[in-house]
Ligand binder design. Structure first.
Ligand SMILES: [Zn+2]
Length: 248
């Protein structure tokens, strides 16, 4: 039986599909932030690990909070610091935490990313994509200025029936269909990290309004559509997210 998180009084339900509540800058206030966000309708948080150093923090947070969906992955920025047995360690986290998804992994040619060997980034990314396919888990992908490389790699390894979340999508509109055909979903940035809960609430609401106006949908329709998409993505076998339990 799924352990459903506390329902908000608010009618709008949201799923923060990508955040880093284990980040040392917010970890201490994370429990308060999760409670505050719940009152504004954020029912779930996919908390993404970034390196071998924080996977245990993500695991513990998911054990402590029913609303937290754990994700384990090696982020491109932390590729140079990986230990020789990082992959064994990652596999261990997945076997100990069967409800986990894969993330955050990716490619980065931005101002920081370009200081990191791109061949190494590709190798680390590739191995984790294969792991996501093997485990049949959704995967959260970070991409900065490398959307062409990303599409090529996803085409070679994909498709991804369990889904790929492209977080903070900034690729071209033309590439959207190519990514979508491989099983990709698109997300906006992780507003909540490093932000006061009051500010985060305001931000979530204004972003929703803006995106809804762009799509000519009502705010409530957009919220419900994106919530359902996230539920679909994160309700893989073994997950603590169950579509039936979240439906009402
Ligand atoms: Zn991230």
């Amino acid at each position: 039986m799924a352990q459903a998180p506390a329902r908000a009084a608010s009618a709008v339900r949201l799923f923060d599909a990508h955040c880093h509540l284990q980040d040392p800058r917010v970890a201490a206030v994370a429990p308060a932030l999760i409670r505050a966000a719940a009152t504004s309708g954020v029912a779930r948080f996919a908390v993404n690990g970034t390196s071998e150093k924080d996977w245990h923090l993500v695991k513990r947070m998911a054990e402590d909070h029913p609303a937290v969906v754990p994700c384990f992955g090696l982020h491109p920025w932390w590729v140079p610091e990986r230990s020789p047995d990082w992959m064994d360690s990652l596999r261990r986290f997945f076997s100990e935490t069967p409800e986990a998804a894969v993330g955050e992994i990716g490619l980065d040619k931005g101002s920081h990313g370009k200081t990191i060997d791109f061949g190494d980034q590709v190798e680390v990314f590739w191995r984790q994509l294969e792991l996501a396919k093997e485990l049949d888990r959704p995967v959260s992908v970070h991409c900065v200025r490398a959307f062409g490389d990303l599409l090529e790699i996803l085409k070679q390894i994909g498709p991804f029936p369990a889904g790929v979340l492209l977080h903070s999508y900034l690729g071209s509109a033309e590439m959207v269909s190519g990514f979508a055909n491989l099983g990709c979903y698109f997300s906006l940035s992780g507003f909540l990290t490093g932000m006061k809960s009051s500010k985060a609430k305001k931000m979530l609401k204004s972003v929703l309004k803006y995106v809804a106006s762009l799509l000519e949908m009502s705010e409530a329709e957009l919220a419900e559509t994106s919530y359902k998409n996230a539920i679909k993505l994160f309700s893989y076998p073994g997950s603590k997210v169950h579509p039936e339990a979240e439906a009402n």
